[in-house]
Unconditional design. Sequence first.
Length: 644
Amino acid sequence: MPGIFGIVHPESAPELLQRSMQSMVAPLLHFPWYQWTESRRTGAAIGLVRLGTLTGSPQCAVSEDNRYVLAFEGELFNAHELQKELGVPAPRDGEASPHATIALHALRRRGAAALERFNGLFQLALWDAGRKELLVSGDRGGLRPIYLVQQGNKLAFALEVKALLTLPWVSRAVDYAGVLGFLRHGFCLGQRTFFHAVKVLPPGAFAVFRQGRLQVQRYWKMDFQPNPSHNEKEASQRFIETWRDVMHTQTDGEHRHGLPLSGGVDSRLILAAMAADKREVLTFTIGNPGCKDAEIAKRVAETAGYANLFSPIVAGEAATSLERAVYLTDGMFNCFHANVQRLLPGLAETASVVYDGITPLDGLYGPEDLFWRQFVLPPKPLRWLHSEVDNKNIHAFTLAPRTRVNLLSPEAQAHLQPECDLIAESLKVLGHDNGSATAVVDRFWLEEFKPRFAAFGPQLLRSIVDVRCPYFDNRMLDLVGTLTPLQRSSYKPLQRAAISALTPALARIPWERTGLPLTAGFYRTQGRRAANALRRRLNAALRRQPATSDSRMIDYDEMIRNSLKLQKKVATIMIERWPEGSRVFNRNSLRLLLAEHMNRSGNFAEIIGRIVTVETWHKLFVRDATRLSRIAAKAPEQIYHMVA
C-alpha cells in the first residue's frame, strides 16, 4: 500500500543504508505502476511509496537550508487554510506535493503541535539533520498504520510489517499475546502485532527517536463532553451542516468517484451527500446473489440516479486468494473478509478515489443497551466491553452446549495463558480505564476496533486506488465528542435524519438491519429490531438453520460448506499440513471444529478464518523467513492477474 518507510542507524555507512532501503521497499511494490522515492542523510534515510500514475510521482519535501526532510503520503483537507496561515508559496514543478510542502512548513514552525491542525488521512516522517531526530506520525483515526521496530540505537518504520522483516537485525520472535488477541477478538490489541519486536503506532500519536531513545505520545484523544445537549433538532442540524461541509470538501476536484454501497445507513449517507451535490459516482456491491443487502443497495443507487456494479461472491475464489490477502495485511486481518480483492483490477480502471463508510459513529450498543446498562443495572466499563466485544474462549471453545475443546496445542498453552485479560490491559495502556461507561466503550471501539480491524477493508482498496474515509474527517470526530450516547449509538438517529434532509427519496428505502424505511419512528424501529432478535434466538434454541442466502450480504459459513475447493484448502492448511505448521493449535480439536461446522452443528466460519489466517501468516513470515515467499516472488504483473 502507499505510505512511508525508513531507517535511522547512526553508525551505518551510506551504502548499507541504500541497501536497507531497497530491501524494505521491495515487498511494498504490489503493482507495476507503484513509484517510490527516498532521501538519505548521514545516519538516516526516509522514503515513500505512491500509486504512481494515479497520484503523481513521489517526492520528499526538503527545507531550504537542507536541514529538514519530510516524507509525506496522503492528503490534508485543510491544506488551503494552512497555506494561508503559514504563508507558504506554491511548490514549483518537480518539487514535493503541496500537502507535503505545507506540512513541512507547519512542523518546522510549531513542531509536533502542528499535528493537531492536520485534517486528513496521512503518514509522515520528518528527519531533523541538525538534532539527528526523527518524528513519525499518522492521522487521528490511525487508519493508515505505521509499524515501528527498535534495536538499541537503530529504528526502522514502515507502512507494512513485511518491509521491516527484510532487515537482518529485526527479530521474528512471535508475540503470542498478539496472536491470542487476534484469535479471541479478531484483531490485535494495543500496540501489538504478531512479532514481539514490531509495534504499531497508536491512533492520533507521534513517535520521536533521538540518540537511541524512542518516545511515543498522543497528540489527540476523543474527548466526550460530560453533559452534551439532548436537543435533537439542534444536534441534527449541526450534524447535517458538518456532513455537507465534509463531503463538499472531500469530493471537490476532478476525480472518478467510487463508493462501496450496502443496504445500511453509513454508505447511503455518503451517497446522499454526493447526490445532493450532483457528483458523479460509480457504486459497487459485493455479496451473495439475491441477498437483501445487495437488493437494497441496487435500489438505493438507482433511486439516486447512479449505476451499481454487483460482484457476486464466488467461494472457490477465496481458496486461491487466501495467501494474497494474508500477505497484503501482514496476517492481521481475517482472510475470509478480504472479498474486496476481486474488485481491485476493475477499480483501477473505473475509479481514482473511493469513499469508504467506516465510521466512529457505529457504536457497540443500541438504545436498549443504554437503558439497561445506564438505568437498570449499570456495569463497569470493562464488564460492558467483555459482553459486547467478540471474546472467544480459545482454551475452552464451545462446539455444542456440552462439548468444549481446547483449540491450542500443549506447547502453545504455556505462551497463551487463559487468564490473560487483553481488553483490561489495553484500557490501561490507552488510559481509558476511567470516565463514564459509554465514553470508555466508545473510545475502545474508536481506537482499537476501527483502526485494527475495520480499517483493513480500506487498506486493501488502497493497494489500487486512493481511499477517503469521510466519517474520520476531523470535523466529524470533533462533532462526535459533543453527542449523547443515544445519538452515537447503533440506532443512528442523526445519520438517518441527514439522509432524509439531503436526499429524501433514499430515506424511504428500507434499512437492511430492520427492513423498515429510515423514516420509521423510534418505537417502530426498536420493535422490529426486538422481533428480529427474538426470531434469531428462537432459531438458535431450536437449532434451526435460517435461510441466510437471501438475507445476509456475505455468508461466510455457507461459503465453506458450498465450495469443495475452499473446504479442501481450509482442511489442508488447518489439518493436513499441521506437522510443518505453526504448532499453535490442537490438531484433533481442529478436526472436530471443521466437522461440526460442515455438519451444521454450529457456525464457526469466523474462528476458522482466524485460524487459517494465523497458519498462513506463519508460513509466509516465519516458516519461510529464510527465503522469499512465493507470493512476494511473483512479478507484479502476475499478482495483478492472480487477483483478477
